[in-house]
Design a binder for this molecule. Structure first.
Ligand code: AKG
Ligand code: FE2
Length: 600
């Protein structure tokens, strides 16, 4: 590392001077030794919420290379670094001192500098020139090798969350993957970070100079640094605490730096849409976090990984204006992307079928026990003394939220005579379902659904339905034919416990998430739609969040194909776009696309 080798302060801190001239409370020494087996990691996470993770030689080499490249970046002149400053329309990049959110408003604003990597695609900001290339190369090599260590932790968490094979599925929602890599530099003065727990599943922290402290049973422990990168610190985050019902507690930590210090931090988050609600155990931490998010967003919804990260980051950012400033120039942090406004005129619309498309409704006594594992929620309601249960397909709420955020109207077109009651029950659970117009079609004849008759004909329409033939022939080109969602069949596959059955369940659990970007990108074509009044679309991605729940990898080939088909560079595609049809893309769209995974 550029600034010379620090002394590893293993177990040796009494008091130290912190940046703003105060004396910090003594932190106890920590004498745990590094481990690598998932059994040892699981045991440590259960008892303390953190441990030291032994690194392989490949991981050490990659960590060293990254420390060196990060130091070269931080050492460079401000003007050059500013060229790589974070921009709201892109991801990651450089954040100057003073931009770090303050988790505790009574603490000073931190003077930490940050270079963040949240995407390996074109939308990631990288510094220019050779030093920029070196940083990119070092960060990507580090991410490549860090996955092996991540797997050890995922296995450990799997054993905590799903000790038996039968309960294995419960852990899958937590299939944590890297979501953000931070290269931090703490100057001596004002370089501290206020106490917090991380919002994701777990975090790796590499520190060659001590400074990281973890609170265990109310006492702060100062953690050992690793001057030779032989180990890193593993911290459990909020998502794991919530989902495990408190079996693992998130590690509350802070930074108290008494010397200039660089650290490398890698967050691993659950899928954006993973609902963090525990199935068993203590739900008080989850409930409190959910209430905080409901209050913050002014809307009620189950707490997903994305919602939790956004809530915590946005609230921390607000603290900066109230906190004591120790840094001379504080530029406002990037906005988190309020829902874009749509211009007046005709809005695009997405029409959803209900049964077997976004939900499966059954009489409550027919719902299989496994339904909770095969849906994002099971919502019950009563009509004429009969109790019904709706298994809501995983990813439905996130899809509705994303569409609304894009300014897309949503309507339901269903043959279920209880369509209104269903939407009322869903609206009580989460207000993204409130006020959705419901069109109940009494006939189950082929072609009984018709956009024109229902007054839903717009210049941009997507129909999401498991049955193509339910629609009149002229509307079928707008139908995105959904894979049929059937919790009873899925419960059968789950219990079969064969590779084939598992694969079917896996496909189902990732299905809506895998097609979401493709569906949303259909509404991105305002630029090439020759309608003057086509709804323009700032889109939720236009404002890249300061910290996102999931790492964005490069687009999959299927997405690239779709983009190309709809892109202005493809004149054929563009000319057809007066009323954009999905049918040309159905081959691609109806297959799950590995969004968030580089399948190339
Ligand atoms: O720099 C460190 O050691 C820890 C940073 C941290 O806690 C964070 O980025 O969440
Ligand atoms: Fe942290």
């Amino acid at each position: 590392m550029g600034r010379g080798c620090p002394n590893a302060l293993r177990g040796s801190c009494a008091t130290a001077s912190i940046g703003h001239g105060l004396q910090m409370a003594a932190a106890d020494a920590d004498d745990a030794s590094p481990c690598r087996s998932s059994a040892a990691v699981a045991a440590a996470l259960r008892t303390r919420g953190y441990c030291y993770l032994q690194l392989s030689s490949a991981e050490r080499r990659a960590t060293k290379k990254l420390f060196d490249a990060a130091a070269a970046f931080h050492d460079a002149d401000e003007g050059w670094k500013a060229l790589a400053q974070h921009q709201p329309t892109k991801r990651g990049g450089y954040y100057k001192a003073g931009e770090e959110p303050t988790y505790d408003q009574s603490d000073p604003v931190s003077g930490v500098e940050d270079f963040s990597v949240v995407s390996t695609g074109d939308d990631q900001i990288w510094p220019e020139g050779e030093r920029g290339d070196a940083l990119q190369d070092a960060a990507l090599s580090y991410l490549d090798v860090a996955d092996a260590a991540g797997q050890v932790v995922r296995d450990a968490l799997g054993s905590v969350l799903a000790p038996t094979k039968k309960r294995r599925r419960r852990a899958e929602a937590l299939e944590a993957t890297p979501s953000m890599l931070r290269l931090l530099r703490y100057p001596v003065a004002g370089g501290d970070l206020s106490a917090h727990s991380d919002f994701e599943c777990f975090t790796f922290v590499h520190q060659r100079v001590a400074g990281l402290e973890v609170q265990v049973d109310g006492v702060w422990r100062r953690l050992a640094a690793s001057a030779d990168d032989s180990h890193c610190v593993l911290l459990a985050g909020d998502a794991v605490e919530y989902v495990s019902g408190g079996a693992v507690r998130a590690a509350r930590h802070r930074v108290r730096s008494s010397a200039p210090r660089d650290s490398i931090v890698l967050f691993h988050a659950a899928a954006d849409d993973a609902v963090l609600e525990p199935r068993a155990g203590d739900r008080s931490a989850y409930d409190a976090a959910r209430r905080a998010a409901d209050e913050h967003f002014g809307s009620a919804a189950p707490l997903t990984q994305r919602r939790h990260v956004r809530c915590r980051v946005e609230r921390a950012e607000k603290n900066n204006s109230k906190a004591i400033s120790t840094v001379p120039t504080v530029s406002p942090p990037a906005a988190m992307g309020d829902p874009p406004t749509t211009p007046s005129g005709e809005r695009p619309i997405a029409a959803f079928d209900l049964d077997h498309t976004i939900l499966h409704m059954l009489a409550a006594n027919h719902v299989p026990d496994e339904a909770k594992e095969l849906s994002e929620d099971v919502v019950t309601f009563e009509v004429n003394d009969v109790e019904y249960a709706i298994s809501v397909r995983v990813g439905t709420t996130a899809l509705f939220e994303a569409l609304r955020k894009k300014g897309v109207d949503i309507a339901v077109v269903t043959c279920n005579l209880m369509g209104d009651e269903i939407l009322t029950a869903l609206g009580e659970r989460c207000d993204v379902f409130e006020d959705v117009p419901v069109h109940v079609i009494e006939s189950r004849e082929k072609g009984a659904k018709c956009l024109k008759t229902l007054g839903l004909k717009r210049s941009k329409v997507v129909i999401f339905d498991d049955s193509l033939n339910a629609w009149v022939p002229e509307d079928q080109e707008f139908v995105f034919e959904a894979l049929r969602y059937d919790v009873q069949a899925l419960a059968g596959f789950l219990n079969e416990d064969t590779d084939e059955g598992d694969a079917k369940v896996d496909t189902e659990l990732g299905y809506l998430t895998s097609i979401r970007e493709s569906l949303l990108s259909f509404f991105d074509v305002a630029k090439i739609d020759f309608d003057d009044d086509a709804a323009s679309d700032a889109g939720s991605e236009a404002q890249a969040p300061r910290r996102s729940a999931s790492f964005s990898l490069e687009q999959s080939p299927a997405q690239r194909d779709l983009k190309r088909a709809l892109s202005a560079e493809d004149p054929g595609g563009a000319k057809k776009a007066k009323i954009q049809s999905l049918s040309d893309n159905n081959v691609t769209l109806n297959k799950p696309v590995a969004v968030g995974q580089d399948s190339s």
